[in-house]
Design a protein around this ligand. Structure first.
Ligand code: HPA
Ligand code: ZN
Length: 324
């Protein structure tokens, strides 16, 4: 099964590129940029990756990305992940990135965008990999700031596929970002949002009704409401479910009790992703292998999940046809 899963062409719809920063590269960049880390070694960093909840993770996630300063750093971050993912049989990645987290530290949008776009272009030429760009906004920061950043990104609008909404979910409902998502729609950008990870099922409905999203990132708490499940079923909205992330952030107790099988039983449009592979114990292949072990799914089940993802990936029609 592991060999099959490795060679299966896989599609990643939910990946935060800053969450792909492995401790080894984090140390290298810290040294390059003269930044002090709160860890003495790679092992010490890895040992610190034990999270109580989403906020506990976010604290280390924002701290980790403080080593990203120059265009080359963003290029190295993305290229490092693209190569690793490609070796694991990943053929497409829709990549979230968090401009506000960098702007706040005095790193310009041009630095972030040119590094990431250079890596994307090179990966698309040299690896069998396509990359979608999702500019994500931090829901625990002011809505006005998000709108300003989207306007500031005007030179890059044509390079973006979508906007997303991430960071601390509780008490930051989708309704806070109606104006941002309306503007993105006006610009012809697709829209996705994290909802129903730590936040309630009602945030999923808000994201669909008020933000007009085409995907729900995570969404697993939909099972707390029959109405929400019915809505997701009727619309066949894609859910980008991240099993190892959910275990790491204690959204579920263990993989064996993860609601993935229940979501599939309800006929929902489920896909599997890795979220923040450097922090949650592995990339897309590891997530597949863990699911095979926990749920005993057969080869067809994994093919179907990746077909779901390929249909929705932010890529050109010829590339989609090539992948399907
Ligand atoms: N949830 C919300 N925000 C995030 C995550 C996540 O899992 N990873 C990076 N930002
Ligand atoms: Zn996420």
């Amino acid at each position: 099964m592991q060999d099959f899963l490795r060679s299966l062409p896989k599609v990643e719809l939910h990946l935060h590129i800053e969450g792909s920063l492995e401790p080894e590269l984090m140390f290298e960049l810290a040294e390059r940029n003269g930044i002090e880390l709160p860890y003495l070694s790679v092992d010490e960093a890895k040992a610190a990756y034990q999270f109580k909840d989403l906020q506990g993770f976010l604290n280390l996630y924002y701290q980790g990305m403080s080593v990203l300063c120059l265009e080359q750093d963003f290029y190295d971050l993305a290229m490092d992940y693209f190569k690793r993912a490609s070796r694991e049989g990943v053929v497409h990645i829709d990549m979230h990135f968090d401009p506000q987290a960098h702007l706040q530290r005095g790193v310009s949008l041009d630095v972030v965008m040119s590094g990431l776009l250079r890596a994307k272009q090179e990966a698309e030429q040299s690896l069998d990999l396509s990359v979608g760009m999702i500019m994500a906004f931090l829901r625990d920061r002011p809505a006005e700031e998000a709108l300003q950043v989207l306007e500031q990104a005007a030179p890059y609008w044509d390079k973006l596929d979508a906007i997303g909404l991430d960071s601390a979910e509780r008490d930051h409902p989708p309704s806070k970002f109606v104006a941002l998502f309306e503007r993105a729609k006006e610009l012809g950008l697709a829209r996705v949002a994290h909802a129903g990870e730590e936040g309630p099922a009602s945030y999923i409905i808000e994201a669909l009704d008020l933000l007009d999203v085409c995907r729900i990132d995570h969404g697993i708490r939909c099972l707390e409401s029959d109405d929400v499940v019915e809505r997701l079923y009727q619309q066949q909205t894609v859910l980008t479910v991240c099993p190892l992330s959910n275990v790491s952030l204690k959204v579920v107790d263990e993989l064996a009790s993860h609601p993935l099988p229940a979501l599939l039983d309800k006929g929902l449009n489920v896909t599997i992703s890795s979220d923040d592979p450097a922090y949650f114990g592995g990339g897309l292949l590891d997530n597949h292998i863990a699911c095979a072990q926990a749920f005993g799914w057969d080869e067809e089940a994994f093919q179907a999940l990746n077909r779901n993802a390929m249909k929705e990936a932010f890529t050109s029609e010829p590339r989609r046809q090539e992948l399907l």
